[in-house]
Design a protein around this ligand. Sequence first.
Ligand SMILES: [Zn+2]
Length: 402
Amino acid sequence: MNDHRRLGRELGLFDTDPLMGAGLPYWLPDGAAVRHALEEYVRDAERRAGYQHVYSPVLGKRELYEISGHWSHYGDDMFPPMQLGEEQMLLRPSLCPHHALIYRSRPHSYRELPFRMAELGGMYRSELSGVLGGLTRVRAIQLNDAHVFCTPDQVAEEAFAALGMIRAAYDAMGIEAARYRLSLPGPGGKYVAGPGLWERSAALLREVLDASGVAYEAVEGEAAFYGPKIDVQIADPAGRESTLSTVQVDFHQPERFGLHYIGADGGRHRPVMVHRSVIGSLERAVAHVIEVHGGAFPPWLAPAQLVVLPVSEAETEPALRLVRRCRDEGLRARLAAPEEGTLGARVRAHRLVPYQAVIGAREAADGLVALRLRDGRRLDARPADEVLHRVRERIASRGAEL
Ligand SMILES: [Zn+2]
């Protein structure tokens, strides 16, 4: 079974050290390359969709989370406060309160809305050490988060567009949603008051799900404390479900933070906050991609996209030149030198790399590259220009095709 914890260690993607602490994995270079490719993808997709990126700190004053409601509704999952002089500081459990303050820092006209604010930012959760493991139960989380501040009329369109971004990202990553869930409040949960607003939010999300044509189930007891949400569920190889992506409609936090915009009538109006995450946390997204592909990542996500294998020492120099050239052209390329073993052993050792370029005497003399693809296909020796052009095109398309 493709357990991401085993593969993560075997493939040298991430690891943990008891001295850093449980639930605090670190990323090795190959894992960081996968994560970085995903981050680039999501930032690019967000820019194209009209999002603007911000940065905000990973901690804030306790008062901030009292206003947002996190301290009273979510405090059990937060790290204890740090006393700093007269103040208490908290590691943040979410990015929402910071984004609300950033919105509030400048006046806004209805003409600027929707204001789509995005950040790949850190947040923290004080999970018990007994449940920690791999990249899926962690205490430090890097979230692909965004908040769309919009008028009530714009909510459905924004939530619908967010669902479209989620589906496009899943296609690129080669993963599938196990289930779409409309998460509603349930008995016994901690929720903020305002039942009228809950019904309004839930109705909007239902409308969005119906319009998008996906099958979904409404489940009670899974809502956020401030509003209902659409959860996109993924399943691990053992069939265990978890939430990767979400779209939430929130009338509560704009109220708590006193957010407003100036409407066409010149008056002050309350915006709605649509919280959305396309690929969820980078930790969970990478864990899932590892398990789905068993380490044979789509070319655009592969830690090494092309490996160059000189047949013998005599071809090491031209092979190195090809590696440098690939890197110049933005490819993640590496050399598998003859001292690593026989050609056959090196081909096997790098079998997960999408493209292998074997450089023998003829290729070295004529400047040719004979490409082997991960699926076993071999392409005829062609000029390096042509071969690299083909590889770059496949990677840029962000498909699964080699
Ligand atoms: Zn949020």
